[in-house]
Write a new protein. Structure first.
Length: 321
């Protein structure tokens, strides 16, 4: 694997999920000198998906890790450079220099004319036994991704907000029964969603309860719940557990540099441009409505194409209009 890091890069991509890999494919094909930083495994959240059924081109579906590896190989084939490292600091351009500087763990600095932020977001976890072990094997954080895998099976949904109810309603298309577990005695979702959920015959509500354990060997077989008032424990049989207790963007490094919304999602325009000229953002770290692999890859392509145009203008090599 090519890991050359000397000199100033045209584009530095921070994050190696579908958005970052797609940006890397497009920028490398354009012969931009590009480096991608990824602190964990290339692929991001799709690494936990047992089967992805809704990514175009794979009629029978594809394992998340397999799709990530194909993207990684494709990007590498076009000359994208990779570095297994984490960005720890960012210095903006000023009057003395025309490039950004990114500090890595260990203190090394990398320079680039443009940055593409594709650090993604993490679904908030319950932090209970069995959750990590069974992730992608019945434990899911995305109903539109995995719902069709549970046709005519019992499902548990954890949460009481808009996302939990929206996805519980969506899951009734496939599931035999959906049990929604919420720690309070009433839901916090908008009233119209509550009305729809209450009207859905397949949805049952388990109030004042928390999930304390997810059971199963190779796949989920059920959960253990605990009543928050009485302490009474119950076992619920199910084939899938969908957890919707919030999602948090991985934007901490940029929160004082780029414009974000109240939840920390980076705000961009339709060209993936952030509030700082020369910095682009794509994928789940940016504010948007739909968080899917297909939208992430499209945004990565847009970010790369617009970063290329920015650099060519900066260098005076842009093709005349």
């Amino acid at each position: 694997m090519n890991t050359k890091t000397s000199g100033v890069y045209d584009i530095l991509i921070i994050g190696g999920g579908p958005a970052g890999l797609s940006a890397g494919i497009y920028s490398s094909r354009a012969r931009m000198k590009t480096l991608l930083l990824e602190r964990a495994g290339f692929g991001g959240q799709i690494l936990t998906a047992d089967v992805i059924e809704n990514f175009p081109g794979f009629p029978e579906g594809i394992n998340g890790a397999s799709l990530a590896e194909l993207m990684h190989e494709q990007a590498e084939r076009f000359g994208l450079e990779f570095r297994d490292s984490e960005a720890k600091g960012l210095t903006l351009k000023n009057d003395d220099k025309d490039h950004f500087e990114v500090k890595l763990e260990g203190g090394e600095n990398l320079s680039a004319f443009s940055l593409i932020i594709a650090t993604g977001a993490n679904w908030n976890k319950l932090g209970v036994p069995g959750e990590e072990e069974l992730a992608g094997r019945g434990v899911s954080y995305c109903a539109t991704c995995d719902g069709p895998l549970f046709k005519n099976k019992d499902i548990v949904v954890v949460g009481g907000g808009d996302t939990a109810l929206e996805d519980a309603i969506f899951l009734t298309r496939f599931a035999k029964r959906v049990k929604l577990v919420h720690r309070r005695d009433r839901l916090r979702a908008t009233k119209i969603l509550q009305e729809k959920a209450f009207a859905a015959k397949k949805i049952e509500f388990v109030y004042n309860a928390i999930v304390t354990q997810i059971n199963g060997d190779k796949k989920v077989s059920g959960v253990k719940t605990k009543d928050v008032n009485t302490g009474e424990e119950k076992a619920l049989s199910c084939a899938g557990v969908f957890i919707f207790v919030g999602i948090s963007p991985n934007s901490r490094l940029f929160k004082d540099i780029l414009k974000t919304d109240e939840k920390g999602y980076i705000i961009t325009d339709e060209d993936m441009k952030t509030s700082v000229n020369g910095i682009f953002a794509c994928g789940d770290v940016r504010k948007k409505a739909l968080r899917q692999v297909v939208t992430a890859t499209g945004e990565g392509a847009l970010a790369a194409v617009n970063a290329q145009a920015y650099i060519e203008r900066l260098k005076g090599t842009a093709y005349p209009a």
